[in-house]
Design a protein around this ligand. Structure first.
Ligand SMILES: [Zn+2]
Ligand SMILES: [Zn+2]
Length: 109
């Protein structure tokens, strides 16, 4: 499958590739879970970023707990981590991101 991936893909292509709807991919991009380059009004997802996203999704899907980089609390679901550290990309949980408004992990604050 990897050989079929193009260097840059649109949201449409990624959603088709993964068999999910457009809105889901769009939301993943807006939440920062999936990295994408914004060119004018369209998004382009690189193959490397898509692969990184899928690795993360697999890890979380396997039930591996991820610890918040700010408070250390562990969660199983990717939706528990709406944000990530602006410096290193470490996951930040809903509590720290939404309620406290933290944008950096404990190492980079
Ligand atoms: Zn936290
Ligand atoms: Zn950090």
């Amino acid at each position: 499958m990897k050989e079929d991936l193009k260097a840059f893909m649109s949201i449409e292509e990624v959603s088709e590739l993964l068999g999910v709807n457009y809105q889901l991919i769009y939301r993943q991009i807006r939440s920062g879970a999936l990295r994408a380059a914004r060119i004018g009004r369209v998004y382009r997802i690189t193959r490397a970023d898509l692969e990184a996203y899928l690795e993360e999704a697999k890890r979380i899907g396997a039930g591996v707990e991820t610890a918040c980089s700010v408070c250390g609390q562990s969660y199983r679901s990717a939706s528990s981590f709406p944000g990530s550290c602006g410096e290193c990309g470490a996951p930040i949980c809903t509590d720290c991101w939404m309620r406290v408004g933290t944008r950096r992990c404990s190492e980079h604050k």
